[in-house]
Design a protein around this ligand. Structure first.
Ligand code: GLU
Length: 481
């Protein structure tokens, strides 16, 4: 394919960026990059009540975070009223659209009747054949499309779903402009996509019903229609449509409807890109793709037809993979604000890069990592009761006294020597069972029974801090006696 590939992502700025929406954006972006084309943004902000500048900013911010750069200044529909008006006037002049003065209450009564008779409601064309030049006085009117019932195409081609039949029953003389003169969604999209030179419309398949309507508008305006590709939707772990109302449940699983939340939950942007792309597209059995690989390999023929079901465990697995791959300095930068949020004083305590090195193999998210890092910066004030019960037995004080003695003489940077000393202590005190000396020490220095490698931790904490923590644990044990 050539340089003429132009695709767009067209969010409505009425709230956060939806995770399903960003997947569509990712597909568009990858398609553009794969074909050397352009990826542009259109902000569909015609709903004046619900669109806000904050929502625009939040959407752009989420796109930046996930690494979807756009190639041109975003287009705002709210600034294009004149363009829509011009095209509407043309359709009216050419008799391809008409003014309709049907009253809302009459239409509603007809709709209710259709429902009662179990028929699909369609506008009955009351105003369709009236004199287009008649004087309406100050009566409000909408502009309707004059559907060319005798010349409807049978189907259209979707690049993912194949041939899609066009069902006459689902069409009627749709409203192109409301009584306040503002153009409606399907009309704006056609005018904009044509004006912006969009070659491929790649969007969620919840828009599948709009495509025949838009094709008819292209035809009426004499504009060349783009190619269409409808993407499968993204569903929640139980297989049903993602719903904001279930957000609490999702958060407990480590997912969300909102892209911004993934950042707050400690996912790395590329982990989310890899996960969401793979959820609707495949390249054999491969699961892990670098950004470069995705751009090289992605095309519409690998996109599946059925909805993708979010699997939080797989997302976390990918995230931990990318955490392990990430440069330690970069991870430290990402982690610092999370530690500060949790009350850690950045300037005090051990070097963050050394801490990160020890946590990289274990953490599933940056939030996990921040939580696991805290003990390095804060001596325990509480000791996990389960860990205490299991590891601080009657001989715990004796073991800790001996450990204190060992630590005070050891070079804690020499992990091997420390291990050797611990083994000797274990031989002397607990029949060689290393865990029986290592675990009481772990509880003493961290308050819990799980930390990264004990030898690495001791090296990072340093002698003075380790001794203080042992003393504190001994005092705690004395209190418990
Ligand atoms: N603004 C529409 C939406 O957010 C997208 C329209 C389109 O892609 O054609 O669903």
């Amino acid at each position: 394919m050539s340089q003429d590939i132009r695709v767009r992502f067209a969010p409505s700025p009425t709230g956060y960026l939806h995770v399903g929406g960003v997947r569509t954006a990712i597909f568009n972006h990858l398609f553009a990059r794969h074909h050397g084309g352009r990826f542009v943004l259109r902000i569909e902000d015609t709903d004046k009540e619900r669109s806000t500048p904050e929502a625009v900013e939040q959407i752009l911010d989420s796109l930046r975070w996930i690494g979807l750069d756009w190639d041109e200044e975003p287009v705002f529909q709210s600034q294009r009223t004149e363009l829509y008006r011009k095209h509407l006037d043309r359709l009216l002049e050419e008799g391809k659209a008409y003014r309709c003065t049907c009253k809302a209450e009459d239409l509603d009564a007809k709709r209710q009747k259709a429902i009662a008779e179990k028929r699909t409601y369609k506008y009955d064309g009351t105003c369709r054949e009236l004199d287009p030049k008649r004087d309406l006085g100050d009566q409000p009117f909408v502009v309707r499309f004059k559907t060319p019932w005798d010349a409807l195409p049978d189907s259209f081609t979707d690049l993912v779903l194949g041939t899609i039949p066009i069902d006459e029953e689902r069409l009627d003389d749709m409203i192109l402009a409301r009584s306040d003169g503002s153009a409606t969604y399907n009309f704006c999209v056609v005018v904009d996509d044509a004006d912006m030179g969009i070659s491929h419309v790649i969007r969620g398949n919840d828009h599948l019903d709009n495509t025949p309507k838009q094709l008819l508008i292209y035809e009426a305006l004499g504009l060349k229609a783009p190619k269409f590709a409808h993407m499968p939707l993204t569903h929640g772990p139980d297989g049903s449509k993602l719903s904001k109302r279930r957000e609490e449940e999702y958060r407990a699983l480590g997912i969300s409807v909102s892209v911004q939340e993934y950042r707050h939950m400690g996912y790395l942007p590329h982990a989310l890109v890899n996960y969401l792309t793979r959820l609707g597209w495949s390249h054999g059995d491969q699961e892990i793709f670098s950004r470069e690989e995705l751009e090289k390999l992605f095309d519409l023929d690998g996109v599946g037809k059925s909805a993708g079901i979010i699997d939080p465990d797989k997302l976390k697995w990918l995230n931990s993979h990318y955490i392990q791959e990430e440069d330690t300095d970069r991870l430290s930068e990402l982690l610092l604000p999370l530690l500060i949020e949790r009350g850690h004083k950045a300037e005090a305590g051990p070097r963050l890069d050394a801490v990160v090195e020890t946590l990289k193999p274990r953490a599933k998210t940056l939030v996990d990592m921040a939580e696991q890092a805290l003990f390095y910066y804060q001596a325990p004030t509480e000791y996990d009761p389960k860990a205490v019960k299991k590891w601080w037995k009657a001989n715990a004080a004796e073991i800790l006294v001996q450990l204190r003695e060992m630590v005070s003489k050891a070079d804690l940077d020499d992990g091997e020597a420390v291990e050797e000393n611990l083994r000797k202590l274990a031989d002397a005190l607990v029949e060689g069972k290393l865990g029986k000396v290592a675990q009481p020490l772990r509880v003493a220095i961290s308050g819990s029974s799980a930390t990264p490698s004990l030898f690495a931790v001791l090296g990072i904490l340093g002698k003075e801090e380790t001794l203080q923590r042992i003393d504190r644990a001994l005092a705690e044990l004395a209190k418990r006696d």
